[in-house]
Ligand binder design. Structure first.
Ligand SMILES: NC(=O)c1ccc[n+]([C@@H]2O[C@H](COP(=O)([O-])OP(=O)(O)OC[C@H]3O[C@@H](n4cnc5c(N)ncnc54)[C@H](OP(=O)(O)O)[C@@H]3O)[C@@H](O)[C@H]2O)c1
Length: 303
């Protein structure tokens, strides 16, 4: 079938696929088409995909693409939700936030939850989900503007600006008994700060390590220096990949869609127009220039 792409999702893993790490997915080699999660419209017929339907999945970064349908799923139109909002929140960031928090982190109401890259696509949803679950939430982000959003929009009780503040000292002030659940999106110094202040028997979710993704396979990435706290604090540390939880997506997508329709969920999209801008737009995730979930609009939005 012929697909017309509408929105490309900019994800940190797009860059990982271009590197030489041993990954959980196929790499993209030089000379091959770049691929990423895309929302597309079916232009020509296919037995499983009616003409005019919307599909999402891994598709080449191009305005039109040919597909046999494998790896694609139909995206239902949700009355009351804009297509960009639904794609931006429900397809990757939302399921990642809820799987990581609820299935892997499993906080109890009243627990203290810390999130890094807290103003980003995944982070802004984790904070609000934890708050709705009755947790105390501390978000860590770079800069005064993003830290302002954490407490005014994204449901965080407290914000820490890692560019200006001593993260360990602030975490100790804000959570004197220690932290129950740490949701890691960045790695490096952030992860070390988190490991330093965990409570006994706390849980550390490794969702992403974006600060390290520009390293080559042979580079020696230092730390975490506080690895010893896995024993001293008897921590549970678990990495996860959202693709392993595909059967749970509908439940989590329904949950987020309901919160969005009820106006209970705040989110920011950062949308750039034009497929020719995709490369520079992807880089924003790595400089922190993005202001929310990053999409590139590659074609007219039928909604
Ligand atoms: N496990 C999974 O299945 C899964 C699925 C989706 C995403 N993820 C991971 O989740 C993380 C967040 O992804 P996202 O799509 O939501 O991106 P995002 O948080 O919207 O954007 C990335 C943010 O990371 C921060 N950052 C980048 N480089 C940094 C550095 N060197 N030091 C400190 N902070 C840095 C920046 O925030 P500041 O401006 O606040 O510094 C930037 O805005 C990524 O690590 C990604 O790999 C994992």
């Amino acid at each position: 079938m012929l697909l017309r792409s509408i929105y490309l999702s900019m994800d940190a893993t797009n860059r990982l696929r271009l590197g030489d790490w041993d990954l959980y997915m196929d790499p993209i080699r030089e000379g091959k088409a770049m691929k990423g999660f895309t929302l597309a419209e079916v232009v020509s017929r296919h037995p499983g995909f009616p003409q005019g339907s919307l599909v999402a999945g891994l598709v080449p970064w191009s305005e039109f693409a040919i597909s046999d349908g494998s790896g694609l799923s139909i995206v239902p139109r949700i009355p009351g939700l804009k297509l960009a909002d639904a794609f931006g929140v429900l397809v990757i960031a939302g399921p990642t936030a809820l799987v990581g928090l609820m299935e892997v982190g499993r906080p109890k109401p009243g627990d203290t939850v810390v999130v890094t890259a807290a103003a980003g696509a995944v982070g802004m949803l984790v904070g609000q989900s934890a708050r709705i679950h009755g947790c105390k939430t501390i978000g860590i982000a770079g800069g005064a503007e993003k830290c302002g959003w954490l407490t005014s929009e994204f449901g965080y009780d407290h914000a820490i600006d890692y560019k200006r503040e001593n993260v360990v000292e602030r975490l100790r002030e804000l959570a004197p008994p220690g932290v129950d659940v740490h949701f890691e999106n960045v790695g490096g110094e952030m992860l070390d700060a988190g490991l330093t202040v965990m409570k006994d028997f706390g849980s550390v979710m490794i969702c992403g390590l974006i600060s390290t993704y520009n390293s080559a396979a042979g580079d020696r990435i230092p730390g975490p220096y506080m690895f010893r706290n896995l024993i001293m604090r008897r921590l549970r540390v678990q990495g996860f990949v959202i693709l392993d939880y595909a059967d749970r997506y509908p439940e989590y997508q329904q949950q987020f869609a309901q919160w969005m329709l009820q106006g209970r969920l705040k989110f920011r999209l950062d949308v750039t127009s034009g497929i020719d801008k995709a490369l520079d737009t992807l880089k924003m995730l790595y400089t922190g220039a993005n202001k929310g979930k990053v999409l590139v609009q590659s074609g007219a939005d039928p909604s």
